[in-house]
Design a protein around this ligand. Structure first.
Ligand code: DX5
Ligand code: ZN
Length: 220
């Protein structure tokens, strides 16, 4: 059975204690760092940018999974590769020439991800599924941490898993937004491979323990 991954979202960390929170992830059972980059245009929020990612990458010892919530992401593909991103995810809704963008990400040595908003149908990815390393299904409207999980997500995971299997693709399914110990198992059972968790990890009393709890739940 393929591995299942937990990716804490650094957006929910304490930015005044960022090194402490990075070390917490390094020393925990977490698999990836999930890094949310927002431009205030594609989403109604601005998170953090290049200098912060550069410093996170200096300390992080695990895969760096960058989620770009920005318009015209093609302009920054090389920059994010140079900053240390291992996976670069762009939004379907932000890319006019998605196939070209995916090739450009891979040409820089990164894994290529595509994120879809809650209103975007997974069938739209069918013709490029073999070019995508990871699909990030947004289970909240992107822009903010701490929102409630949208229940329609399970149906999308099931359908996307079918598309991946039918096309014999190796694409991973990531779920982003409102992930907790209440929905984690059902998401994995539907076909998810990677769960992003921000608030549920960082707002808990013991984030290391919460990551361990999520890892236990998603073990198959
Ligand atoms: C939302 C971001 C998410 C967010 C998840 O736009 O893409 O990665 O940090 O946070 P929680 O787990 O709090 O919903
Ligand atoms: Zn994200």
């Amino acid at each position: 059975m393929a591995s299942k991954y937990i990716a804490p979202s650094v957006l929910a960390a304490d930015f005044a204690n960022l090194q402490r929170d990075i070390e917490m992830i390094n020393n925990s059972e977490a698999d990836w760092f999930h890094i949310d980059i927002m431009d205030g245009v594609f989403v109604p929020n601005i998170s953090f940018g290049m200098p912060v990612l550069r410093d996170i990458a200096k300390h992080a010892t695990k895969t760096i999974d960058v989620h770009l919530m920005i318009v015209d992401p093609d302009r920054y593909i090389k920059t994010f590769a140079d900053l240390g991103s291992n996976i670069l995810t762009v939004h379907y809704e932000a890319c006019t020439h998605l196939h070209r963008t995916l090739q450009a990400i891979k040409a820089e040595g990164m894994k290529a991800g595509v994120a879809i908003n809650p209103h975007t149908n997974v069938n739209l990815l069918e013709d490029v599924i073999n070019d995508i390393d990871l699909v990030c299904i947004m289970s909240v409207n992107p822009g903010f941490g701490g929102q409630s999980f949208i229940e329609n997500t399970y149906k999308k995971v099931t359908r996307l898993k079918e598309i991946i299997t039918q096309n014999n693709a190796g694409t991973l399914i990531e779920i982003d937004g409102g992930v907790t110990n209440k929905n984690a198992k059902k998401l994995i059972d539907a076909g998810a491979d990677v769960l992003v968790a921000g608030s549920f990890v960082f707002k808990s009393e013991n984030p290391t323990h919460t990551i361990k709890e999520l890892k236990e739940i998603i073990k198959v």
